[in-house]
Design a protein around this ligand. Structure first.
Ligand code: NAP
Length: 244
């Protein structure tokens, strides 16, 4: 099945899971805009995908920079006039010392800037373009480490992870952001969902994950291409629903 005529933007897509989301969507026939903040890394990623014969164009995009977000929206409007799929994938973990009591406010703020405020800024900027598409959808790349159910469960596989105020809390906040956009856009028929890629070998974790970036990208691609009867206001991984 192909998805020709659809236009997608993936943020933080020069490497890792984002790159594979771009690749997977492009292979399904979607015209994909590869959002990345660094020109060299962006061009290199686009060149690799173009060598595979895929329809991918680079778009300069630093999700923490208001002018960059605005310029990306303007570029997409000029080139395509609409946006069918937005995948908010860019994310950082921040540095190690995010424990309660460690005085990590500045670092927590830096992580939130990308993982939460960046998503709000990009989604708001793209909303007018999403509204012009028939059947638009938004996918937010979250993580099961942001699940409140998991954080507070003695049975969680993540129980022994050290407490941290940055990354897991930012993903919990991102899930709430998903729920609020889903609520706001429900009557307009624009689904908004969070997904978790699973523990994936990327730069984010020093390539310690046990899944490939291609496997990590699968659930985001599935949600990005879900039909009109697809879910909204949900949190999903490959195995189905993830507890909030
Ligand atoms: P990655 O390889 O480190 O990729 C992260 C991407 O985000 C890079 O392209 C990076 O660009 C970009 N980025 C960072 N700050 C940005 C900014 N201000 N503006 C625009 N782009 C920015 O990590 P990944 O594992 O693929 O992560 C992708 C997403 O999956 C993240 O949201 C992450 O939280 C989530 N996730 C990953 C795992 C995992 O096991 N890997 C598990 C759960 C969730 P640069 O190259 O310029 O830094």
């Amino acid at each position: 099945m192909t998805e020709t005529n659809k236009v997608a933007l993936v943020t933080g897509a020069n490497k890792g899971i984002g790159y594979e989301i771009v690749r997977g969507l492009a292979k399904r026939g979607v015209t994909v805009l590869l959002g990345a903040r660094d020109a060299g890394r962006r061009d290199a990623a686009v060149a690799k995908l173009a060598a595979e014969g895929l329809d991918v164009t680079g778009v300069p995009l630093d999700v923490t920079d208001a002018a960059s977000v605005e310029a990306a929206a303007k570029t997409i409007e000029e080139r395509h006039g609409r946006l069918d799929i937005l995948v908010n994938n860019a994310g950082i973990t921040g540095e190690r010392s995010q424990a309660p009591g460690a005085g990590a406010v500045a670092e927590v703020r830096r992580v939130f800037d990308v993982n939460v405020f960046g998503v709000i800024a990009v989604t708001d900027a793209m909303l007018p373009l999403l509204r012009r598409a028939a059947g638009a959808r938004v996918v937010n790349m979250s993580s099961s480490v942001g699940s409140l159910a998991d954080m507070t469960s003695d049975d969680s596989m993540l129980r022994d992870m050290p407490a941290a105020l940055g990354y897991p809390v930012s993903k919990a906040a991102l899930n709430a952001v998903t729920a609020q956009y889903a609520k706001h856009l429900r009557d307009e028929g624009i689904p908004v969902n969070s997904v978790c890629p699973g523990y994936t070998a990327t730069d984010l974790n020093g390539f310690s994950g046990h899944r490939t970036p291609e496997q990590g990208a699968a659930i985001a691609i599935e949600m990005a291409l879900a039909g009109a009867d697809g879910p909204t206001a949900g949190f999903f991984d490959d195995a189905g629903r993830v507890a909030w």
